[in-house]
Design a protein around this ligand. Structure first.
Ligand code: CP
Length: 293
């Protein structure tokens, strides 16, 4: 069993292989009967990730058990070590986990179960990165010579943190566009676009990320009005973009904050295209963790 919590130890050739599998499975979905057991533990709400992991599990013939923090003994104070050891002793093969925790290292020592991040705090959402990159690469208009720019609250975004690990492995340069308070650590490693207009005109595509209010610490200051005024993708900005510009959003959207209603409904938006890769990406993640890819 292997973990898929981040892409740090995944070689470029393996990353390319995962994306190829996602694109092929989306074009020609295959059902299997793997007869393994997967626990889905979602300690935070989810619509897309949960439904696509569940459908992917059904398509692969996995036995699914759904847990949350509220209905497991972690609510009674059970340690993470005891919880995961219990799953191993009860013959669970895979744990798909969504958690508010940023701590990835605590899972390093559990080798008898494959652990897949379905979203860890601010740090990891690897299957969303597989979805997003498959969407971009399979688009005929994609120009690999230009950067792909992430716009919005990058600092608190697990979507951005997984993308920044995965995209360069396929030779894609990442650009960033955010107010100072939402810039990620080590932002000097990326091409900085001062405005959304600049990002729109100099990139192969952009991904709009929502303000992650639930992950912003009380001590952090951010100016919502400044964000809306200067970094919202709105009618004025989107109408100036090339018809071929790819615009992604991992969803859920906060209309009126990172994007306005007009832009959200614009033909350039690929959020439904992204969703069309959701099940294939989760099938690939589940098979990767079972050691079948
Ligand atoms: N993009 C994403 O992770 O959506 P959900 O929170 O609905 O799973």
């Amino acid at each position: 069993m292997k973990h898929l919590i981040d892409f740090q130890d995944i070689e470029s050739t393996e990353a390319k292989k995962l994306i190829d599998f996602v694109i092929k499975d989306k074009q020609n979905p295959k059902s299997e009967n793997l007869s393994k057991t997967v626990v889905m533990k979602f300690d935070e709400p989810s619509t897309r990730t949960k439904v696509s992991f569940s459908t992917a599990s059904n398509n692969l013939g996995l036995y699914q058990i759904d847990l949350t923090k509220e209905n497991t003994s972690s609510i009674k104070g059970e340690s993470l070590k005891d919880e995961i050891t219990t799953l191993i002793d009860l013959d669970v093969d895979l744990l798909v986990l969504r958690t508010s925790s940023d701590d990835k290292s605590v899972y390093d020592n559990f080798n008898e179960i494959g652990i897949i991040s379905a979203g860890f705090g601010k740090v990891s959402h690897p299957t969303q990165a597989l979805v997003d990159l498959s969407t971009i690469i399979s688009n005929d208009e994609f120009d690999k010579k230009k950067p792909f720019v992430f716009c919005g609250d990058l600092k608190h975004s697990r979507v951005f943190h997984s993308a920044m690990e995965l995209f360069p492995k396929l030779g894609i340069e990442i650009g960033i566009c955010a107010p100072e308070e939402f810039l990620p650590k080590n932002f000097n490693n990326y091409t900085l676009f001062e405005t959304i207009d600049e990002a729109i005109h100099k990139s192969s595509g952009i991904e709009i990320l929502r303000v992650q209010k639930e992950r912003i610490d009380n001590s952090e200051n951010f100016n919502l009005n400044n964000f809306i005024e200067n970094f919202q993708l709105n009618k004025e900005k989107i109408d100036k973009a090339s018809n071929k510009l790819m615009i992604l959003h991992p969803m859920p959207m906060n209309i009126g904050i990172e994007i306005d209603k007009y832009a959200a409904e614009n033909f350039r938006m690929l959020h439904r295209k992204q969703l069309s890769f959701g099940i294939a990406a989760r099938k690939v993640a589940l098979k990767y963790s079972l050691g079948l890819i």
